[in-house]
Design a protein around this ligand. Sequence first.
Ligand code: AMP
Ligand code: ZN
Ligand code: FE
Ligand code: FE
Length: 299
Amino acid sequence: MAGQSLKTALEGSLAIPLDDTALVNVDFHLHTTESDGKLSPAELARAVAAAGLDRFAVADHDTLAVYERHTAAFASMRARMVTGVEVSTNTGEREVHILGYGVPPDAPSLHEILCDRTAVRRGRAERIVELLRKAGVPITMDDVGRQAGNGMIGRPHIARALVDVKAARDISDAFDRYLGSGCAAYVPSSATTPAQAIRAINDSGGVSVLAHPTRNNAEELLDDLVRAGLMGIEAYSPSHTEHDTERLRILARKVGLVMSAGTDFHAPTEANPRPGVDVPAEDLAGFLKLIDAAPSRQR
Ligand code: AMP
Ligand code: ZN
Ligand code: FE
Ligand code: FE
Protein backbone atom coordinates (compact mmCIF):
# COMPACT_ATOMS: atom_id res chain seq x y z
CA MET A 1 0.00 0.00 0.00
CA ALA A 2 2.68 2.46 1.09
CA GLY A 3 4.82 1.36 -1.83
CA GLN A 4 1.95 1.82 -4.24
CA SER A 5 1.06 5.36 -3.11
CA LEU A 6 4.72 6.26 -3.15
CA LYS A 7 5.07 5.03 -6.71
CA THR A 8 2.08 7.12 -7.72
CA ALA A 9 3.39 10.19 -5.93
CA LEU A 10 7.05 10.05 -6.90
CA GLU A 11 7.12 8.26 -10.23
CA GLY A 12 4.15 10.34 -11.35
CA SER A 13 5.79 13.68 -10.75
CA LEU A 14 9.43 12.79 -11.36
CA ALA A 15 9.17 10.08 -13.99
CA ILE A 16 11.82 8.03 -12.20
CA PRO A 17 11.51 4.32 -11.50
CA LEU A 18 11.62 3.62 -7.80
CA ASP A 19 11.74 0.59 -5.58
CA ASP A 20 10.31 0.59 -2.08
CA THR A 21 13.63 0.58 -0.27
CA ALA A 22 15.07 3.58 -2.13
CA LEU A 23 16.26 6.72 -0.41
CA VAL A 24 14.95 10.01 -1.72
CA ASN A 25 16.75 13.31 -1.25
CA VAL A 26 14.25 15.96 -0.20
CA ASP A 27 14.03 19.17 1.80
CA PHE A 28 10.68 20.63 2.85
CA HIS A 29 12.14 23.29 5.13
CA LEU A 30 14.11 25.97 3.29
CA HIS A 31 14.34 29.70 4.06
CA THR A 32 15.13 32.67 1.80
CA THR A 33 15.82 36.38 2.28
CA GLU A 34 12.02 36.82 2.31
CA SER A 35 12.42 35.80 5.97
CA ASP A 36 15.73 35.16 7.73
CA GLY A 37 17.54 32.99 5.16
CA LYS A 38 20.76 34.32 3.70
CA LEU A 39 20.12 33.21 0.11
CA SER A 40 17.76 35.10 -2.19
CA PRO A 41 15.05 33.01 -3.89
CA ALA A 42 17.22 32.87 -7.06
CA GLU A 43 20.30 31.79 -5.08
CA LEU A 44 18.28 29.17 -3.21
CA ALA A 45 16.88 27.85 -6.51
CA ARG A 46 20.47 27.35 -7.71
CA ALA A 47 21.35 25.55 -4.45
CA VAL A 48 18.30 23.28 -4.85
CA ALA A 49 19.28 22.51 -8.46
CA ALA A 50 22.90 21.80 -7.48
CA ALA A 51 21.76 19.47 -4.69
CA GLY A 52 19.46 17.65 -7.12
CA LEU A 53 16.57 17.47 -4.66
CA ASP A 54 13.76 15.09 -5.63
CA ARG A 55 11.12 17.23 -3.92
CA PHE A 56 11.30 20.45 -1.88
CA ALA A 57 9.45 23.39 -0.35
CA VAL A 58 10.49 26.87 0.67
CA ALA A 59 8.88 27.49 4.08
CA ASP A 60 9.69 31.05 5.08
CA HIS A 61 8.65 32.38 8.48
CA ASP A 62 5.14 33.85 8.40
CA THR A 63 5.18 34.74 4.69
CA LEU A 64 4.27 33.21 1.33
CA ALA A 65 6.10 36.00 -0.54
CA VAL A 66 8.23 33.49 -2.46
CA TYR A 67 5.06 32.08 -4.05
CA GLU A 68 3.59 35.52 -4.68
CA ARG A 69 6.66 37.25 -6.10
CA HIS A 70 9.46 34.84 -6.96
CA THR A 71 7.93 31.88 -8.77
CA ALA A 72 10.07 32.64 -11.87
CA ALA A 73 13.21 31.72 -9.88
CA PHE A 74 11.84 28.18 -9.51
CA ALA A 75 10.20 27.88 -12.94
CA SER A 76 12.43 25.03 -14.11
CA MET A 77 11.65 22.93 -11.02
CA ARG A 78 7.92 23.56 -10.54
CA ALA A 79 6.99 19.87 -10.64
CA ARG A 80 9.29 19.12 -7.71
CA MET A 81 8.21 22.09 -5.61
CA VAL A 82 5.31 22.36 -3.20
CA THR A 83 4.24 25.59 -1.51
CA GLY A 84 5.19 26.02 2.14
CA VAL A 85 5.13 28.40 5.07
CA GLU A 86 6.41 28.18 8.67
CA VAL A 87 3.96 29.84 11.05
CA SER A 88 5.37 31.06 14.39
CA THR A 89 3.02 30.35 17.27
CA ASN A 90 3.12 30.52 21.04
CA THR A 91 1.38 28.48 23.68
CA GLY A 92 2.08 29.63 27.21
CA GLU A 93 5.80 30.37 27.34
CA ARG A 94 6.56 27.92 24.59
CA GLU A 95 7.29 28.78 20.97
CA VAL A 96 6.02 26.23 18.45
CA HIS A 97 6.51 26.38 14.67
CA ILE A 98 3.80 24.89 12.45
CA LEU A 99 4.61 24.21 8.81
CA GLY A 100 1.92 24.38 6.14
CA TYR A 101 2.31 22.67 2.74
CA GLY A 102 0.38 22.71 -0.50
CA VAL A 103 -1.36 25.87 0.66
CA PRO A 104 -2.71 28.23 -2.00
CA PRO A 105 -0.71 31.47 -1.54
CA ASP A 106 -3.93 33.49 -1.59
CA ALA A 107 -5.86 31.34 0.92
CA PRO A 108 -8.13 33.59 3.02
CA SER A 109 -7.62 31.55 6.20
CA LEU A 110 -3.85 32.02 5.98
CA HIS A 111 -4.13 35.62 4.96
CA GLU A 112 -6.11 36.17 8.15
CA ILE A 113 -3.31 34.98 10.42
CA LEU A 114 -0.37 36.29 8.33
CA CYS A 115 -1.57 39.68 7.07
CA ASP A 116 -0.31 41.69 10.05
CA ARG A 117 2.98 39.79 10.50
CA THR A 118 5.25 42.32 8.84
CA ALA A 119 4.03 45.05 11.21
CA VAL A 120 3.93 42.76 14.26
CA ARG A 121 7.47 41.54 13.62
CA ARG A 122 8.72 45.08 13.10
CA GLY A 123 7.08 46.20 16.39
CA ARG A 124 8.62 43.22 18.14
CA ALA A 125 12.09 44.04 16.75
CA GLU A 126 11.69 47.62 18.01
CA ARG A 127 10.79 46.30 21.46
CA ILE A 128 13.79 43.94 21.44
CA VAL A 129 16.12 46.81 20.42
CA GLU A 130 14.67 48.90 23.24
CA LEU A 131 15.33 46.10 25.75
CA LEU A 132 18.88 45.65 24.41
CA ARG A 133 19.58 49.37 24.77
CA LYS A 134 18.26 49.24 28.34
CA ALA A 135 20.71 46.40 28.94
CA GLY A 136 23.52 48.68 27.71
CA VAL A 137 23.90 47.35 24.15
CA PRO A 138 24.24 50.28 21.70
CA ILE A 139 22.22 48.91 18.82
CA THR A 140 19.65 50.66 16.59
CA MET A 141 16.78 49.67 14.28
CA ASP A 142 18.98 50.83 11.38
CA ASP A 143 21.55 48.16 12.30
CA VAL A 144 18.77 45.55 12.29
CA GLY A 145 17.17 46.92 9.12
CA ARG A 146 20.44 46.57 7.23
CA GLN A 147 20.47 42.84 8.08
CA ALA A 148 16.80 42.24 7.25
CA GLY A 149 16.59 44.03 3.90
CA ASN A 150 13.02 43.81 2.64
CA GLY A 151 12.20 40.48 4.27
CA MET A 152 10.31 39.57 7.45
CA ILE A 153 12.39 40.73 10.44
CA GLY A 154 13.44 37.90 12.74
CA ARG A 155 15.73 37.42 15.68
CA PRO A 156 18.56 36.08 13.48
CA HIS A 157 18.78 39.56 11.90
CA ILE A 158 19.09 41.13 15.36
CA ALA A 159 21.65 38.44 16.27
CA ARG A 160 23.73 39.33 13.19
CA ALA A 161 23.56 43.01 14.14
CA LEU A 162 24.70 42.12 17.68
CA VAL A 163 27.69 40.27 16.26
CA ASP A 164 28.51 43.28 14.03
CA VAL A 165 28.59 45.68 17.00
CA LYS A 166 30.65 43.08 18.90
CA ALA A 167 28.02 42.59 21.60
CA ALA A 168 28.06 38.84 20.85
CA ARG A 169 30.74 36.43 19.60
CA ASP A 170 28.44 34.68 17.18
CA ILE A 171 24.75 34.07 16.45
CA SER A 172 24.40 31.34 19.01
CA ASP A 173 26.06 33.55 21.67
CA ALA A 174 23.59 36.36 20.81
CA PHE A 175 20.67 33.97 21.43
CA ASP A 176 22.21 32.60 24.65
CA ARG A 177 22.93 36.04 26.06
CA TYR A 178 20.09 38.23 24.86
CA LEU A 179 17.50 36.87 22.45
CA GLY A 180 16.57 33.39 23.63
CA SER A 181 13.54 32.53 25.75
CA GLY A 182 14.14 33.70 29.34
CA CYS A 183 16.81 36.26 28.34
CA ALA A 184 16.63 40.01 29.01
CA ALA A 185 15.61 40.93 25.46
CA TYR A 186 13.27 38.00 24.76
CA VAL A 187 9.95 38.98 23.20
CA PRO A 188 7.58 36.30 21.85
CA SER A 189 6.94 36.56 18.14
CA SER A 190 3.30 35.75 17.91
CA ALA A 191 -0.06 35.81 19.61
CA THR A 192 -1.26 33.00 17.32
CA THR A 193 -1.66 29.62 19.01
CA PRO A 194 -0.54 26.34 17.43
CA ALA A 195 -4.22 25.29 17.16
CA GLN A 196 -5.10 28.48 15.24
CA ALA A 197 -2.23 27.94 12.81
CA ILE A 198 -3.19 24.29 12.27
CA ARG A 199 -6.80 25.27 11.61
CA ALA A 200 -5.81 28.01 9.15
CA ILE A 201 -3.53 25.63 7.22
CA ASN A 202 -6.07 22.79 7.19
CA ASP A 203 -8.89 25.17 6.20
CA SER A 204 -6.85 26.30 3.19
CA GLY A 205 -6.64 22.67 2.05
CA GLY A 206 -2.98 22.43 3.08
CA VAL A 207 -1.06 19.93 5.19
CA SER A 208 -0.12 20.99 8.74
CA VAL A 209 3.17 19.65 10.12
CA LEU A 210 5.00 20.19 13.42
CA ALA A 211 8.46 21.70 12.70
CA HIS A 212 11.65 20.60 14.50
CA PRO A 213 9.73 18.61 17.15
CA THR A 214 12.78 18.15 19.38
CA ARG A 215 13.12 21.91 19.92
CA ASN A 216 11.47 23.43 23.03
CA ASN A 217 10.18 19.94 23.86
CA ALA A 218 7.37 20.53 21.36
CA GLU A 219 6.93 16.75 21.22
CA GLU A 220 5.24 16.92 24.62
CA LEU A 221 2.38 18.88 23.04
CA LEU A 222 1.76 16.29 20.36
CA ASP A 223 -1.50 14.88 21.70
CA ASP A 224 -3.00 18.39 21.91
CA LEU A 225 -1.75 19.27 18.43
CA VAL A 226 -3.20 16.07 16.96
CA ARG A 227 -6.53 16.87 18.59
CA ALA A 228 -6.30 20.31 16.95
CA GLY A 229 -5.94 18.63 13.54
CA LEU A 230 -2.16 18.30 13.03
CA MET A 231 -1.41 16.00 10.09
CA GLY A 232 2.34 15.48 10.15
CA ILE A 233 5.65 15.76 11.97
CA GLU A 234 9.13 16.67 10.74
CA ALA A 235 10.64 13.30 11.59
CA TYR A 236 13.76 13.61 9.45
CA SER A 237 16.30 16.38 10.04
CA PRO A 238 20.09 16.45 10.11
CA SER A 239 19.80 17.86 13.63
CA HIS A 240 18.16 14.64 14.87
CA THR A 241 20.16 11.79 16.32
CA GLU A 242 19.34 8.31 15.02
CA HIS A 243 17.57 7.77 18.30
CA ASP A 244 15.44 10.92 17.77
CA THR A 245 14.40 9.79 14.29
CA GLU A 246 13.50 6.31 15.47
CA ARG A 247 11.46 7.70 18.37
CA LEU A 248 9.65 10.14 16.05
CA ARG A 249 8.87 7.39 13.52
CA ILE A 250 7.29 5.29 16.24
CA LEU A 251 5.41 8.30 17.62
CA ALA A 252 4.13 9.27 14.16
CA ARG A 253 2.74 5.79 13.59
CA LYS A 254 1.20 5.67 17.04
CA VAL A 255 -0.71 8.95 16.73
CA GLY A 256 -1.41 8.68 12.99
CA LEU A 257 0.80 11.48 11.61
CA VAL A 258 2.60 11.48 8.28
CA MET A 259 6.36 12.11 8.30
CA SER A 260 8.12 14.97 6.56
CA ALA A 261 11.77 15.90 6.26
CA GLY A 262 13.70 19.15 6.26
CA THR A 263 17.00 20.75 7.16
CA ASP A 264 15.70 24.22 8.22
CA PHE A 265 18.20 25.53 5.68
CA HIS A 266 19.04 29.21 6.26
CA ALA A 267 22.45 29.31 4.51
CA PRO A 268 25.18 26.89 3.53
CA THR A 269 27.16 26.03 6.68
CA GLU A 270 30.12 23.80 7.34
CA ALA A 271 27.87 21.15 8.88
CA ASN A 272 25.18 21.45 6.16
CA PRO A 273 26.77 22.87 3.01
CA ARG A 274 23.73 22.07 0.87
CA PRO A 275 20.02 21.50 1.38
CA GLY A 276 18.60 17.97 1.41
CA VAL A 277 18.15 14.98 3.66
CA ASP A 278 18.04 11.33 2.62
CA VAL A 279 14.81 9.61 3.62
CA PRO A 280 13.61 6.05 3.03
CA ALA A 281 10.99 6.57 0.31
CA GLU A 282 8.46 4.47 2.15
CA ASP A 283 8.50 6.81 5.17
CA LEU A 284 7.62 9.77 2.93
CA ALA A 285 4.76 8.08 1.12
CA GLY A 286 1.99 9.38 3.36
CA PHE A 287 3.25 12.95 3.25
CA LEU A 288 3.71 12.93 -0.55
CA LYS A 289 0.22 11.60 -1.01
CA LEU A 290 -1.21 14.46 1.06
CA ILE A 291 0.79 17.25 -0.62
CA ASP A 292 0.04 15.91 -4.09
CA ALA A 293 -3.68 16.06 -3.27
CA ALA A 294 -3.41 19.61 -1.81
CA PRO A 295 -4.82 22.54 -3.82
CA SER A 296 -1.51 24.04 -4.90
CA ARG A 297 -0.45 20.70 -6.40
CA GLN A 298 -3.59 19.69 -8.26
CA ARG A 299 -2.75 19.26 -11.87
P1 AMP B 1 12.01 34.43 15.13
O1 AMP B 1 11.12 33.87 14.08
O2 AMP B 1 12.29 35.88 14.93
O3 AMP B 1 11.53 34.14 16.53
O4 AMP B 1 13.41 33.70 14.97
C1 AMP B 1 13.44 32.30 14.95
C2 AMP B 1 14.67 31.82 14.24
O5 AMP B 1 15.80 32.10 15.04
C3 AMP B 1 14.68 30.32 14.04
O6 AMP B 1 14.14 29.97 12.81
C4 AMP B 1 16.13 29.97 14.06
O7 AMP B 1 16.63 30.11 12.74
C5 AMP B 1 16.76 31.06 14.89
N1 AMP B 1 17.15 30.61 16.22
C6 AMP B 1 16.33 30.34 17.26
N2 AMP B 1 17.04 29.97 18.36
C7 AMP B 1 18.35 30.01 17.99
C8 AMP B 1 19.59 29.74 18.67
N3 AMP B 1 19.63 29.38 19.97
N4 AMP B 1 20.74 29.87 17.97
C9 AMP B 1 20.72 30.26 16.67
N5 AMP B 1 19.58 30.52 15.97
C10 AMP B 1 18.42 30.40 16.63
ZN1 ZN C 1 14.57 31.07 10.43
FE1 FE D 1 11.42 27.04 12.92
FE1 FE E 1 12.68 27.26 9.90
